[in-house]
Design a protein. Structure first.
Length: 145
């Protein structure tokens, strides 16, 4: 099983970016943590971050036929990106949307996810653990097919 982790804009700043909301771990810390979890689960992963919407769209398109599933934190694009939503619908790769913070307890504009309807489900509010929960969710979903 091969899973692609996609990370949207400003997640490269994790560790120093609003730690009260997003915690003190860097994206590299989270990646290393997920790599260990994935090895234990016998899953192959790739981890990618971009601040550019089109690069995330390209990655989703290129994932077809390569990855069994996607775990994605679209970050701010969650709330704005028809392009990412359409890319997910276009490739039909099962995707779990994840967020570090609980987007439903924050500003009204964050409560709306344009990307979640293109996903099998959403995990939000568990800090770095949302990444691990996302991995478990996509693994169990794919195994149940
Ligand atoms: C986020 C929540 C988004 O609203 C925000 O724009 C982010 C991070 C999260 O992981 O909590 O950049 O996706």
């Amino acid at each position: 099983m091969k899973i692609l982790f996609l990370n949207g804009p400003n997640l490269n700043l994790l560790g120093t970016r609003e730690p009260d909301k997003y915690g003190s771990q860097t994206l590299l810390n989270i990646e290393n943590f997920i790599r260990k979890e994935a090895v234990n689960m016998g899953i192959e992963i790739d981890f990618y971050q971009s601040n550019i919407e089109g690069e995330l769209v390209d990655k989703i398109q290129q994932a077809k036929g390569v990855y069994d599933g996607i775990v994605m934190n679209p970050a701010a694009y969650t709330h704005t990106s028809v392009a990412i939503r359409d890319a997910l619908l276009g490739v039909c790769i099962p995707t779990v949307e994840i967020h570090l913070s609980n987007i439903h307890t924050r500003e009204d504009f964050r409560k709306i996810s344009l990307t979640a309807p293109a996903c099998i489900g959403q995990i939000t509010g568990f800090g770095a653990n949302s990444y691990k929960l996302g991995l478990i969710a996509i693994k169990d979903y794919l195994n149940s097919l």
